[in-house]
Design a protein around this ligand. Structure first.
Ligand code: AMP
Ligand code: TRP
Length: 336
């Protein structure tokens, strides 16, 4: 069966972008059709300045939301990255395979490093090596497919490059992964700035719909979304980024098609109203299930513990093989 791996960083509250771009597809299709692992990638949250207590809280919240979104721990593996030491172990081995230039070319690194410097902060070394840790997440499990939003395509490409290079140098060890993206809503944009991605760590929350936002807050944010000049409702990302974003959100919520939906609306106002209601309805069951799960944190902790055990058993043989292939002695083992 195909192996799938994907993850979310606990750096902020999960957003509608996370849901439409990633989680919903995992819950509706991936977990049933493949042998899937879904991970709260907490080590990645340490690559920028953070409050330890908040990371801990957000990790638990993300795990609870994974389950609330429909991930079923009986059919897929849900776990926390730092609970499985194979990730960090393999990351180091892959750092010895990657080059400095390769890391500095990563778009997300360039953007985030520039932002840190603008703020007068320093750039953590782990921000530079972040894509190698992500490659380790993927390669440790012999992953075939990585379902992600399209902002992650370059990182998955790097994982492929590292797999090829490693296999050529040290012998066949890793499977070649590939990124898969949802048909619509692969990139949900910020409602206040529809030219940038709806990201959980944006400075202002006004353009971001969080999965746990109250219905009234969702309505307010969608109704106040920035739209474009003119009055025609057309799907054209370049000329009408605001309207196109709303059309994509609405079609993703209702399994429609943005071009077809554009023909249905005569005003921006009507489009906003329907989009707001569609998002509220989409989030309703997720929020209800989240509330139930919060009443039983022991259950979520148990899921994470069993998930980590399963994940460790899957990752260990391949990471051990990589270890030996590179020339490291296995502890207590024979020389060959
Ligand atoms: P992150 O929030 O960066 O940890 O992303 C977790 C997953 O959600 C990744 O697969 C991202 O590509 C996806 N994702 C995050 N933000 C968006 C967005 N605005 N639109 C679509 N997918 C997104
Ligand atoms: N870098 C991803 C993001 O920012 C999160 C991530 C870390 C991930 N490791 C992964 C996604 C492995 C897929 C597979 O969204």
């Amino acid at each position: 069966m195909k192996r799938v791996f994907s993850g979310v960083k606990p750096t902020g509250h999960l957003t509608l972008g996370n849901y439409l771009g990633a989680l919903r597809g995992w819950a509706e299709a991936d977990q049933y059709e493949t042998d899937a692992l879904f991970c709260i990638v907490d080590l990645h949250a340490l690559t920028v300045e953070h409050d330890p207590a908040r990371v801990r809280r957000l990790s638990m919240q993300a795990a609870t939301l994974f389950l609330a979104c429909g991930l079923d721990p009986e059919v897929c593996t849900v776990f926390v990255q730092s609970h499985v030491s194979e990730h960090a172990r393999l990351s180091y081995l892959l750092e010895c395979t990657a080059t400095d230039g390769e890391m500095r070319r990563m778009i997300q690194y360039k953007e985030k490093a520039a932002l840190e410097q603008e703020r007068g902060g320093s750039v953590r070394l782990s921000l530079l090596t972040y894509p190698v840790l992500m490659a380790a997440d993927i390669l440790a499990y012999g992953t075939d497919e990585v379902p992600v939003g399209d902002d992650q395509a370059q990182h998955v490409e790097l994982a492929r490059d590292l797999a090829v290079r490693f296999n050529q140098r040290y012998g066949p060890t890793f499977v070649m992964p590939r990124a898969t993206h949802p048909g619509v809503a692969a990139r949900v944009m910020d409602l206040q700035d529809p030219t940038s991605k709806m990201g959980k760590t944006q400075a202002s929350g006004a353009g971001i719909v969080y999965l746990l936002d109250e219905p009234e807050a969702v309505r307010k944010k969608v109704l106040r979304a920035v739209t474009d000049s003119g009055r025609d409702v057309v799907h054209d990302r370049a000329a009408k980024p605001g309207v196109s974003n709303l059309l994509e959100i609405l079609s993703s919520c209702t399994d429609g098609n943005p071009e077809a939906l554009a023909g249905v609306y005569e005003s921006y106002g009507a489009l906003k109203k329907d989009t707001a209601e569609a998002v509220v309805e989409l989030l309703r069951p997720v929020q209800a299930r989240h509330k139930e799960l919060c009443a039983d944190p022991g259950y979520v902790e148990g899921v994470l513990m069993r998930g980590a055990e399963r994940a460790r058993a899957m990752a260990q043989p391949r990471v051990d093989a990589a270890h030996q292939a590179m020339g490291l002695l296995s502890p207590g083992g024979s020389i060959d």
